[in-house]
Design a protein around this ligand. Structure first.
Ligand code: HPA
Length: 300
């Protein structure tokens, strides 16, 4: 049985981001009928059909949860599914699967971008898997292929950590991002999908695509992939102690390295790759779920 969470936060009354996240987590737990979610997954463009291969047990619309905004981005939904990831020993892990996200370019600010991740943490999640569509700066990586994210360049000019602090023990602003994308999660993903290329993701503010000069600059700074999501979510996740796995679907050569860019091309490539991505994500989630160390309670 669920233990009711006392709710005192009311976003309409101007409560802070962590109180709003706690309220949303309580609403989520009640709507989905369980409080044992340990893994949260965000489905970016192209990744939506992955839901079809996962065992959805309940669904809620983010419209019914405090602090969420309807995603205005192409190729995104607005549901949160509760999903059972089975493991060979029958223990299994319960996951939250978000079909939409808020992008910084929607103009709602970094706290709105971070809200989903903070809600997942408040709901008891330990690990987040962030998927997205990205442009590629590396020849030979191949449009339509997924890639693992090893690290990021936050080129948005924003941080989600400038506002109020989270409750203890995570009440620190100066978050260590050394392992922003955790190597142990990447190892597990690599076991499930050995041939994926790996690289650094540069997150731009958007919504306009980058100029060729910006891509040359990002490449010189060490980026391999470019997109307009994920970097603030990853920072917010690390602040509240979540481990992050990032996977990008390469939908195009970055600006100046191929043809002209269009959002429709991104959606079309993502659509074509969807069946393969669904298999990949199911395999990766199964590999994470089977790694029991990720789900143990920390020693008290
Ligand atoms: N740039 C930014 N975001 C993107 C791209 C890109 O080339 N492709 C898919 N999302």
């Amino acid at each position: 049985m669920l233990t009711p969470t006392p709710i005192s936060a009311d976003p309409a009354a101007g409560h802070g981001p962590f109180e709003t996240a706690r309220l949303a987590a309580a609403q989520l737990t009640e709507a989905l009928g369980r409080n044992d979610h340990r893994l949260a997954v965000w489905l970016g463009s192209g990744w939506q059909r992955a839901v079809d291969r996962l065992g959805v047990t309940a669904t809620v619309s983010t419209a019914d949860l405090a602090g969420f905004h309807r995603s205005g981005a192409m190729g995104h939904g607005s549901d949160v599914h509760s999903v059972r990831i089975e493991t060979p020993d029958g223990i299994g892990v319960q996951a939250l699967v978000f079909t939409g996200r808020t992008h910084l370019y929607e103009g709602l600010g970094p706290a709105a971008v971070a809200h989903g991740v903070r809600t997942a943490a408040a709901a008891g999640c330990r690990v987040v898997v962030l998927t997205n569509a990205a442009g590629c700066m590396r020849e030979g990586w191949g449009v339509g292929r997924p890639a693992l994210v090893t690290d990021q360049l936050n080129l948005t000019g924003a941080s989600p950590l400038t506002g109020p602090l989270p409750p203890p023990p995570n009440d620190s602003r100066h978050v260590d991002l050394t392992d922003a994308y955790h190597p142990r999660l990447r190892d597990l993903a690599r076991n499930a999908a050995p041939d994926l290329p790996e690289g650094v993701y540069a997150g731009f503010h958007g919504p306009e695509f980058e100029t060729p000069a910006e891509i040359v600059a990002a490449r010189r700074l060490g980026a391999d992939l470019v997109g307009q999501s994920m970097v603030l979510e990853t920072i917010a996740a690390r602040q509240v102690g979540l481990e992050v796995l990032g996977i990008s679907l390469i939908t195009n050569a970055a600006a100046g390295l191929g043809g002209k860019l269009s959002a429709q091309e991104v959606v079309d490539v993502a659509h074509a790759a969807a069946p393969e991505l669904a298999v990949l994500l199911a395999d990766v989630l199964a590999a994470l779920a089977a790694h029991h160390d990720l789900w143990q309670d920390p020693p008290s």
